[in-house]
Write a protein that binds this ligand. Structure first.
Ligand code: GTP
Ligand code: MG
Length: 195
């Protein structure tokens, strides 16, 4: 696993609540229900570190996890459809955008895309935001266990093509399954390798 312990630090509901920007951090962003929290659990080998659910809109705060002493893993609320009151959703969407564009120590944003669905318009919106803020993002395809290899290859090719329009996109894609563990070791090495 990772060197050092993984612990929950805090849930943040406003930019003023962010911990000091004193170490490298990575976040896991994506549409509601894409599997962000599940991926953090798979990555850290902890089943219930981040709360997951069938209901889109489960994560409503920016959740900070300490990875050893020198980096943060950040689970953020989803974007797009969520089963929560409109005013509440708007509040966390605004926070999410402020966070993604205003966090100097955000070293890389992992943008999760459902391997069955590919990149949607809302994903392109967030990616454009990251382009503008010059935050490097890397696409992680999720739930690979739900489709066959041929379909996976099709999504990969399509996503690769669509990423060409985003200057902040990191060229290497990751294909993962939190349920089966595919791609998790590579993602772990990627996170650990950032300096
Ligand atoms: P929000 O916090 O609501 O934005 O969702 P999220 O992106 O954090 O998704 P979450 O991790 O809560 O997972 C959503 C649902 O997808 C849950 O029912 C998970 O069990 C399921 N899920 C997540 N990853 C995988 C995967 O790799 N394979 C399969 N089969 N199901 C998955
Ligand atoms: Mg979540």
């Amino acid at each position: 696993l990772f060197a050092g312990e993984v612990t929950f630090l805090k849930g943040v509901v406003a930019m003023s609540g962010l911990p000091p920007a004193d170490r490298l951090e990575v976040c896991f962003a994506g549409r509601s229900n894409v599997g962000k929290s599940s991926l953090i659990n798979a990555l850290t080998g902890r089943k219930a570190l981040a709360r997951t659910s069938n209901t889109p809109g489960r994560t409503q705060e920016i959740n900070y996890f300490c990875l050893g002493e020198d980096r943060y893993l950040v689970d953020v609320p989803g974007y797009g459809f969520a089963e929560a009151p409109v005013a509440v959703v708007q509040k966390w969407q605004a926070l999410l955008k402020a966070y993604l564009t205003g966090r100097p120590t955000l070293r890389r944003a992992f943008v999760l895309i459902d391997a069955r669905h590919g990149i949607k318009a809302v994903d392109h919106e967030i990616m454009s935001l990251l382009d503008t803020a010059a935050v490097t993002f890397q696409v992680v395809l999720t739930k690979a266990d739900k489709i066959k290899t041929a379909e996976q290859d099709k999504t990969l090719a399509q996503v690769r093509k669509e990423l060409a329009r985003h200057p902040a996109a990191f060229p290497e894609l990751l294909l993962t399954s939190s349920a089966k563990g595919d791609g998790i070791e590579t993602l772990r090495a990627t996170v650990a390798g950032l300096v």
